[in-house]
Design a protein around this ligand. Sequence first.
Ligand SMILES: Cc1ncc(COP(=O)(O)O)c(C=O)c1O
Length: 406
Amino acid sequence: MNAGGALNRNIRADFPGMVTTDGVPWHYLDTGATSQKPQAVIDAVSCALGQDYATVHRGVYARSANMTLAYESARKRVASFIQASEDEIVFARGATEAINLVANSWGDANLRAGDRILLSTLEHHSNIVPWQMLAKRTGIHIDVCPLTGDGQIDLDAAEAMLTKQHKLVAFAHVSNVLGSVLDARRAANLAHNVGAKLLLDGCQAAPRLTLDMAELDCDFYVFSAHKLYGPTGIGALWARPEVLEAMPAWQGGGAMIDRVTFEKTTYAPPPQRFEAGTPAITEAIGLAAAIDYVADIGMDTIHAREAALVAQLRDALGAMNDVTVYGPDSAAGIVSFAIDGVHPHDLGTILDEHNVAIRAGHHCAQPLMDHLGVSATARASFGLYSDESDVTALLDGIARTKTIFG
Ligand SMILES: Cc1ncc(COP(=O)(O)O)c(C=O)c1O
């Protein structure tokens, strides 16, 4: 199939995880949680762990020097993917750690009791809890921007709420539950108009949208490799160079220093200042391979293909009078829904028996569940390997579940 994109080869064949252990096609609709990995990424990680393996940054032997080149070229690859410069890319364990880094380093250095930050109702816990911990340490106040009726961050409300006391706005670029895509440029203008910085949680956007830091005009951007067809254990923080330069070290240890004595330690410039300890070497190489893979297909193609599948699924679910579909029609790659009288966990379990994998639960977004008035939703999230057969299998499974539940 070619829904919405010029994909003229069998993409699924690149993904060994897309079949069940019995060799039957697996309808994997949980890419929002984590993506399956193409063979190119598996091979890159395997080589890096095997014949190429050595430490980085300190070895005087050729293999270590080569590994250092590979690790630093992975940083360059991440930078080019988001149209930024390599010195602005800090590797972290993932988006969660990257947000914690910003909260602990930039937040502790810059925010004081009485300052305010603005989050939104739809944030993932990773973009809530680090700020609550910061609020406890510093006495800042957290405001919550409401959503529009169709589940987008309400930027008119944000405009009305923002004051000169606000020092940070931290929003999801794409919601992991509703698929809502933020008008990031407007959010940046609103934040900057009151002198606040904008952090974008790009976890669900990085696998789906073309990213250009200058165009987004944000101050911090974070994402995780494992949702972008790369390995777990690595992600990236991008920050404006002048902001990053002024941020104090967060975790201490090897590799982040300039000079250590027992009297005093001076620190390396960014990005090394924020990468204490032996880094996730093989993971970085896997991330670069994943970026090469998605770039070869093209982000616009991926987005168009997923948008076509979202439209198809939303139309089908919307036609059922016992199904509630959440989020806007323009959702990127993600559809959350609920069936009257069927708990999402029961749906997920029955679908699993038919080789369809969805997510059922609160999706690490409990405040959003409270807002929707539910404890859980069912969520189908697409990836670049998804096709119409996945939508058909899901709809068949929903029909069977309804039969079982009478
Ligand atoms: C929008 C969003 N933010 C943050 C995270 C946290 O990402 P990670 O667990 O990779 O750190 C996720 C993961 O589900 C997410 O979807």
